[in-house]
Design a protein around this ligand. Sequence first.
Ligand SMILES: C[S@@+](CC[C@H](N)C(=O)[O-])C[C@H]1O[C@@H](n2cnc3c(N)ncnc32)[C@H](O)[C@@H]1O
Length: 203
Amino acid sequence: MQQPNPWQAKWQQRYAERSFTYGTAPNRFLLSQQFRLRPGMRALCPGEGEGRNAAWLAGQGLAVTAVDFSAIALSRAREHAARQGVAITTIEADLSRWTWPEASFDLVVLVFLQLGADERVPVHAGAVRALAPGGVVLLEAFARGERMQCGPPNDAARYDPAMLRADFAALEIVELLQGTTMLEEGEGHRGPANVVRMVARRP
Ligand SMILES: C[S@@+](CC[C@H](N)C(=O)[O-])C[C@H]1O[C@@H](n2cnc3c(N)ncnc32)[C@H](O)[C@@H]1O
């Protein structure tokens, strides 16, 4: 039998202790990409947590599926969406072991899903598979190098542009930038941060 993913219990505990650590407003990088969205698009949000991005995307008229291995977070995500007057589909799954849908989404939104290489590689490969032709990945993650105030404590679960170029080699890179931003996302992401941002399209 497969061992449980140790990170799942850690995230469940974090969510049991605190709610909306990253706030209820959508991520600003995602907001900046609003011009790419059209009502009716199918969006997949892996590692969506408490639903701030999923609820906003649903409010833009997208059909949103949020996946996370924390049942507590997903329950809050459904409640948060309902408070906004929208509905989202939630799936409780460990993304590193999930059977990803094939060519089923116009948009895959990866926001601060920080994984070690053993999980990151299959998860990013799954995200590529899930994209329909012409579909787009929007990714923001903490970057390797100087940590500043937010993000995982060491480089193991942080990314750099070269890693993303390799993980998403099957896609056309539209934007891939690393630099400093000022995060104001709840208590969890507050202050200067070194981030990498990517927009990539399936041909
Ligand atoms: C830093 S939080 C970001 C949440 C959300 N994307 C946001 O920006 O508000 C990372 C999320 O990824 C989820 N996660 C981490 N590893 C996962 C895995 N292997 N499978 C499913 N969810 C995972 C955690 O439960 C958590 O909700």
